[in-house]
Design a protein around this ligand. Structure first.
Ligand code: KG4
Ligand code: ZN
Length: 350
């Protein structure tokens, strides 16, 4: 146990509809992506400054079959070739989850293939097992610590073996991505805010403005970003009222740096606590260039192995769900066709 199963041919078709991306992928042997189609609903939700759950569900219904067709076409496969069907069962928006989950269960039933329901957060972690840079890329070694930082979650996970995950810490208020998104909205940068802030931050001086870093009580591996967000909003109000002057670039660089240093420090504290050698990064926020740069520097300094998915595999996609399903299946998991969506599923529960 504890080691990654040898990759054997097993064609997994996975569906991901937990939020505002309608995604279908086919992955072979848990690692080789044959197709990964992601239809973003961003343009639909952007005008509302965030995801509107009811609109998301309806759009998933509309997009799912064309996306499924495209994924099979790109993989040059027919439905009958698929060995295992998977879908995200939570966490996420319940109506949105139900669209993909129901479709996957119906496919499994019609094709008479096994079905595996996947925890979306585990999916983000398993994006690290996909080969994005070619056949030679090594799979992460277990045990490991993974930082999952997305729009809805900021969690530190200790993974001893496939199927043996423990939550070490999580955010007590806003997720890191949520903080990026809310502050970007205050700046008028639109949704989602992370990419826009990180772009502006490239030209800024991270030390021009002071931003608070919340470490909480000694030894805590939890996060809190609401104080930082409030401070950022206060700075912007002061600028609007003419009490302070600073550039957007300096503001973004300082804000980004405050999030990055806390994420890196707490992840390395989790590594120290568990004694692992391997660090994984996962979730939309780890597409951030500065976060990746700082993790590289600090893990190298500490002699640790670092793995992060290619940026296009950090944000929501179905290939990561297929990878998670493959490893779950090969460690004995089968889901019933009565499996329900669980909008508040936590790490470690399938
Ligand atoms: O994992 P994800 O695609 O969806 C969820 O499951 O939430 O993450 C989306 C989040 C958004 O909050 C977005 O602002 C953030 O990831 N994000 C970034 C960057 N790219 C996406 N945050 C900081 N820097 C980025 N480059
Ligand atoms: Zn996600």
């Amino acid at each position: 146990m504890g080691q990654t199963p040898r990759s054997e041919s097993c064609l997994v078709l996975a569906i991901e509809t937990s939020c505002d991306e309608t995604a279908v992928a086919v992955v072979d042997g848990g690692r080789r992506i044959l197709s990964s189609v992601v239809a973003s609903q961003l343009d639909l939700h952007r005008q509302f400054g965030g995801v509107v759950p009811e609109l998301a569900s309806r759009k998933h219904v509309e997009l799912l079959l064309p996306v499924l067709d495209q994924a099979l076409r790109e993989a040059d496969l027919r439905l009958a070739d698929i060995d295992l069907v998977a879908a995200t069962r939570g966490p996420g928006l319940v109506g949105a989850l139900l669209v993909g989950l129901t479709a996957a269960k119906a496919l499994a039933l019609a094709l008479d293939r096994p079905f595996v329901g996947v925890n979306h957060l585990e999916g983000h972690l398993y994006a690290n097992f996909l080969q994005s840079a070619g056949e030679k890329e090594d799979a992460p070694i277990l045990p490991l610590v993974c930082l999952i930082a997305s729009g809805g979650h900021t969690e530190l996970v200790y993974m001893r073996a496939h199927g043996d995950l423990e939550l070490l810490g999580q955010t007590r208020d806003d997720a890191a991505g949520e903080a990026f998104d809310k502050v970007a909205r205050e700046l008028g940068l639109g949704y989602p805010g992370g990419p826009a802030i990180s772009r502006l931050a490239r030209q800024g001086d991270p030390e021009a403005l002071a931003f608070p870093r919340a470490y909480l009580e000694a030894g805590s591996l939890d996060f809190s970003f609401s104080g930082l967000k409030t401070h950022a909003v206060r700075l912007l109000t002061a600028r609007r009222q003419g009490r302070l002057t600073f550039t957007d670039a300096d503001f973004c660089a300082g804000f980004q740096e405050a999030i990055v240093t806390v994420l890196v420090d707490k992840t390395l504290a989790a590594v120290q606590k568990t004694g692992v050698q391997q660090v994984l990064l996962a979730g939309g926020v780890v597409a951030n260039w500065r976060l990746r740069q700082e993790f590289q520097r600090r893990t190298q300094q500490a002699g640790l192995r670092l793995h992060a998915p290619a940026p296009w595999l950090c944000t929501d996609n179905a290939a990561m769900i297929a990878a998670a399903a493959y490893y779950a299946y090969h460690s004995g998991q089968r889901s019933s066709l009565a499996l329900d969506a669980d909008p508040s599923l936590v790490v470690g529960v399938r």
